[in-house]
Design a protein around this ligand. Structure first.
Ligand SMILES: [Zn+2]
Ligand SMILES: [Zn+2]
Length: 276
């Protein structure tokens, strides 16, 4: 455990980049060999758009990282945040509790708010416009959304009282989890269901990418599925019935053009429809 902590205390940026690229490469190979949906798309052109958004996410996070590092250090120096106010814990329990709390405030709540606040949805919408969900879709975030998410992460770190090694650990797990839940693969249904009792499984997250409400507004979880189950936002839909995308932007000329995707938050708002 101590080794893990000291590794994440000073994880080199090159290792973080390697995990990101290695994860995409691994899931890319698997989904090319045994794709769940046989999309009629240009995988490289599609990946080009999503990797552009992954790179802008990296740039935003890199430029703002000093704020996160200072916040984390401040909570440790001032013993501020939930982790410091809870009774003394073993390092394992401390780590798991920290990951769960960060997942709740910095990811689950942030994601839910992005769906409920129209201004934030304008940016998050870009993630949902993808009609060919594969492993590259995981980090398809408009640069504006990357800033919004960064703010929520910082608030999460502050309230949880996370030391920086725990933030790095969470982010590393989150990158791989996101690539896994978006990958165009199909686990045996039973295995997917068992995973979904603890973690967000591929089937669980793909329900969130079904093109109409109320499915879009469900399964907000990032790493752990407990928050959706606890707060009643958990939904299932048979994987064969899922149609990826968002009903307001189903035209390829809108969701498959980089310039338009960048412009969507500033275009006229369109109300989503509901199936119910
Ligand atoms: Zn969403
Ligand atoms: Zn997604």
């Amino acid at each position: 455990m101590e080794t893990l902590i000291s590794y994440f205390e000073s994880i080199p940026s090159s290792h973080r980049a390697l995990i990101l690229a290695g994860g995409i490469a691994l899931f890319w190979l698997i989904e090319s060999a045994v794709p769940f949906v046989k999309f009629k798309y240009n995988k490289w052109q599609h990946a080009g758009i999503n990797i552009f958004f992954t790179l802008t996410t990296i740039v935003v996070n890199f430029c703002l990282a000093f704020i996160l590092i200072r916040t984390a250090q401040w909570t440790v120096d001032h013993q501020f945040g939930l982790l410091h106010w809870l009774p003394e814990m073993s390092s394992w329990l401390f780590t798991v509790t920290g990951l769960l709390l960060l997942d709740f405030i910095g990811a689950y709540l942030a994601h839910l708010v992005e769906h409920k606040v129209r201004f934030l949805w304008r940016f998050h919408l870009i993630h949902h416009t993808d009609t060919w969900i594969d492993t590259t879709s995981g980090n398809r975030h408009h640069p504006g959304e990357s800033v919004i998410r960064f703010v929520f992460t910082t608030i999460g770190v502050l309230l949880v009282g996370c030391p920086m090694w725990l933030v790095f650990l969470y982010q590393t797990l989150s990158v791989v989890a996101t690539q896994f839940t978006h990958a165009n693969i199909a686990l045996p249904k039973k295995a997917d269901k068992i995973i979904s009792y603890v973690l967000v499984s591929p089937d669980m997250h793909k329900v969130h990418h079904h093109y109409v409400l109320p499915f879009t507004d469900s399964n907000y979880g990032n790493i752990f599925s407990v928050w959706d189950r606890l707060f009643g936002t958990f939904r299932t839909l048979d994987r064969e019935q899922i149609v990826y995308g968002v009903d307001t932007h189903m035209k390829p000329e809108e969701h498959n053009k980089l310039a338009n995707l960048l412009a969507i938050p500033f275009q006229k708002y369109r109300s989503p429809q509901s199936e119910e």
